[in-house]
Ligand binder design. Structure first.
Ligand code: ADP
Ligand code: ASP
Ligand code: MG
Length: 408
């Protein structure tokens, strides 16, 4: 008997038929003699619809009330799924995030899990019940409902798997696993049988939303046996693990795109020491993450610094810099939201200096302009115009077809 955590995403639970399908997958696992804890997302576009509903009432609604609202989506899908399992004649109980013991910090909308007090889940499993848990939510120490950030149900599932020391954590979704690029965008993308935690973390952080990046971070930290697979096909998916078998020539694992970023440029800064420190420590103190940074060469005693932030942080970052205009001393702020970051990822890139050049060649051949570049041991990222981002992913994927084939 194994303890298995199974997570089902929004598309997998979108309507009654799909919920019955999920109930059947859970029931089959249970009937094989395993203990099952299932984590569910809200149905289809429910979370987006709830955000829209809030906007109609108050576009400036507090984050606390937003979490109170958004957490209801998962409650609906879990109750319905439990009912579908009851209809199959199996013992089942559904639990909200707080009933399941998710304790988080108080950062509404992007809360971090501090611990999972899983006693209730263990009691239910001891009674041989299937346990269904709402993804994406927890409770702060003030006993307020919190949510974990968009896509956060993956992180709920991995946190449960880590806490319960589950034998396996299966992330069921609407594609057959992790691909070398978004299969909806790149028809030639192919499924990876396995990928390392590090590569998956990089892909997820760079925009491949198939896994919430915090779930991968946690899976690595607790060595969770993780698998991404389809809730529709029943085929084997992608295993995410510490080490994978690999041919030496395949040093690339995938191409990712992130449209949820914006670029800020501070123009007319003094060309003296300490300016970058001032700007980025200010942003860091407000918990604003900065990604790509570019500083122009100083000319006639002034310079510019450009950097990217998550779109959701743009207004706060702009306001903060504007409020500190005198102490930083800049001329004006230039903002661009019409951009996307496209990245190529691979653990074997370090020993292959040609990767960046090949990527730039593909973009050049397609006539796509690059406005910022960033590299690390495991990735090369470029900033391009939003309307050229999909094409950029396609041509970069084409350029590396041979290497990506090596990952099969
Ligand atoms: P869920 O609702 O199951 O959590 P998501 O929409 O969050 O599903 O994530 C699955 C989607 O991620 C897929 O439908 C696919 O379009 C997208 N995706 C982006 N990059 C990749 C990739 N490299 N491999 C697989 N899917 C990807
Ligand atoms: N329902 C939440 C969202 O849409 C969480 C999730 O699906 O993982 O972001
Ligand atoms: Mg998701």
């Amino acid at each position: 008997m194994a303890l298995i955590v199974q997570k089902f995403g929004g598309t997998s639970v979108a309507d009654a038929g799909r919920l019955r399908n999920v109930a059947r997958i859970i029931a089959d696992t249970y009937r094989q003699g395993h203990q099952v804890v299932a984590v569910l997302s809200a149905q289809g576009d429910t979370t987006d619809d709830l955000i829209e509903k809030a906007r109609e009432i108050n576009p400036q609604a507090s984050k606390r009330e937003m979490d109170m609202l958004l957490s209801t989506g998962e409650q609906i899908s879990c109750a319905l799924c439990a009912m579908a399992i009851e209809a199959l004649g199996l013992p089942v109980v559904s639990l909200t995030g707080w009933q399941a013991g998710f304790r988080t910090n108080s950062q509404y909308g992007n809360a971090r899990i501090k611990k999972v007090r899983h006693d209730r889940i263990l009691e239910e499993l001891d009674k041989r019940r299937i346990v269904i848990v709402t993804g994406f939510q927890g409770m702060s120490r003030y006993e307020d409902i919190t949510t974990l950030g968009r896509g956060g149900s993956d992180t709920s599932a991995v946190a449960l798997a880590a806490s319960l020391r589950a034998d396996l954590c299966q992330i069921y979704t609407d594609v057959e696993g992790v691909y070398t690029a978004d299969p909806r965008l790149v028809p030639g993308a192919h499924k990876l049988d396995e990928i390392t935690y590090d590569e998956m973390l990089e892909l997820a952080t760079l925009g491949a939303q198939v896994l919430h990046n915090r779930s991968v971070e946690m899976a690595k930290r607790y060595n969770v046996n993780l698998e991404v697979l389809s809730s529709f096909s029943g085929k084997p998916g992608t295993k995410v693990k510490e080490v994978v078998k690999r041919m030496e020539r395949s040093h690339i694992s995938g191409v990712a795109k992130d449209k949820n970023i914006a670029r800020l440029a501070l123009v007319g800064l003094e060309d003296t020491p300490g300016i970058a420190f001032k700007i980025f420590s200010l942003l860091a103190r407000s918990n604003l993450n900065v990604d790509l940074i570019l500083q122009s060469i100083g000319r006639s005693d002034t310079k510019d610094i450009s950097f990217t932030v998550a779109k959701s942080d743009l207004e706060q970052a702009k306001q903060l810099l504007w409020d500190n205009r005198e102490s930083i001393a800049f001329d004006h702020i230039d903002v661009c939201e019409n951009i996307a970051k496209v990245s190529v990822v691979g653990a074997g890139m370090y020993n292959n200096p040609g990767v960046a050049a090949a990527m730039f060649e593909a973009l050049f051949n397609a006539g796509i302009n690059i406005s910022m570049i960033s590299t690390s041991e495991i990735k090369v990222s470029v900033l391009v115009d939003m309307d050229q981002a999909d094409r950029a992913v396609q041509v970069i994927h084409d350029q590396f077809t041979e290497e990506l084939e090596g990952r099969r």
